[in-house]
Design a protein around this ligand. Structure first.
Ligand SMILES: Cc1cc2nc3c(=O)[nH]c(=O)nc-3n(C[C@H](O)[C@H](O)[C@H](O)COP(=O)(O)O)c2cc1C
Length: 337
């Protein structure tokens, strides 16, 4: 019998913070670990706890966490790495995927992919020290910034380094999040890399994962971002769980998120803003919910308006998992999509 897949929760800055990760872990099984949204180093080692709040071990008691760094200078990389290692981490992740223009223009994130020499130079400098400090490094990257050829040139060079693994989001940086993922180019990446590769991009349903798994039977690790917020039970579905009591669990999940964001953030606007962002994805767990219900959530201005609107989805709409819905409902879903 084949081993169950390893499922990583992807980093989504502004969404998969420590509160989301911990709450997800309380209510749904199957997520094996998470990468933190990126942290940008500063020029000295005196990181106030506020900067590192998201990755402080005390805030991450459950799901194993791999902190992610975003920088293009070895000095800053090492300053932040030392601090994270002091906190107890033995595995860090380097962001070579961020497509945000203000980041990429400065040659960071996916903006570094057209310059493989700089990537190699940074690894040459930082890896010996990380190794001495008993810390491993993995990379999360795109297929390139302008073109797939950038990863095809980089991956063979990365084979010389003792990286733990490489996650590839199968889009270009210049695509931001638009357009289709490029599964064909991932096949080429597999041929070019001797590292363990993790597939990332547009796994929104169990069916998406099955299609990819058939195509890449050699891949044992998968990273899921938006799909995890859209369907918090997706990891359970993929691992063949029965997804029982989805309605009750989604209600309790939502209630815990709201309570924790209400204590962490000050002001209704901030709290509601975060919950609206989550609902943009989470509504996919309720495919039969009327469209006007999401609009009501999006229009809410006060906490009590928000609670009313969210309750009307949670209490009146049936969540679904493909593993527990009837054939009739499946047909309905297909015609809807
Ligand atoms: C709002 C948002 C914030 C993101 N923040 C990060 C980040 O901090 N670090 C990172 O490596 N990727 C980040 N990503 C990219 C995701 O981790 C992931 O690679 C991408 O969404 C594709 O996977 P998915 O289709 O499973 O969501 C972000 C994506 C979104 C939409």
């Amino acid at each position: 019998m084949s081993l169950p897949p390893t499922l990583f929760l992807a980093p989504l800055r502004g969404a998969t913070d420590y509160i989301f990760r911990d709450t997800l872990q309380h209510h749904f099984q199957g997520w094996d670990c998470a990468i933190s949204p990126f942290i940008t180093p500063q020029n000295n080692s005196d990181f106030p706890d506020k900067t590192l709040k998201d990755v402080l071990p005390v805030n991450n008691p459950g799901l194993p966490l791999i902190p992610q760094l975003l920088t293009n200078t070895p000095e800053q990389f090492l300053i932040l790495s030392r601090r994270l290692i002091e906190l107890g981490y033995h595995h860090l992740n380097w962001n070579l995927g961020c497509p945000a223009p203000q980041v990429a223009k400065k040659g960071k994130g996916s903006g570094m992919l057209p310059c493989p020499d700089k990537i190699v130079a940074l690894l040459d400098t930082v890896l010996p020290e990380l190794e001495q400090l008993d810390c491993q490094l993995s990379i999360k990257m795109r297929l390139g910034y302008h073109a797939q050829e950038e990863s095809f040139a980089l991956l063979p060079q990365l084979n010389a380094f003792p990286l733990r693994e490489i996650t590839i989001h199968t889009r270009l940086g210049s695509q931001i999040y638009r357009g289709a993922t490029d599964v064909e180019s991932f096949t080429r990446c597999l041929e070019l890399s001797s590292h363990r590769l993790i597939y990332n991009g547009d796994i929104i349903s169990c069916a998406d994962w099955h299609t990819l798994q058939k195509r890449f039977p050699q891949i044992s690790c998968w990273m899921i971002g938006r799909g995890a917020i859209a369907r918090p039970f997706l990891a359970e579905e993929i691992k063949g769980g029965e997804c029982r009591d989805l309605s009750g669990r989604l209600c309790r999940f939502h209630a815990e998120l709201l309570t924790r964001y209400s204590s962490a953030f000050s002001g209704d606007t901030h709290i509601i803003g975060r919950m609206k962002l989550i609902w943009n994805f989470l509504i996919n767990s309720f495919p039969f919910a009327e469209k006007k219900l999401l609009k009501k959530v999006q229009k809410s201005r006060t906490l009590s308006q928000y609670q009313d609107a969210a309750e009307s989805i949670l209490q009146t709409s049936i969540p679904h998992s493909f593993s527990n819905i009837h054939e009739e409902q499946k047909k309905h879903l297909k015609t809807e999509s």
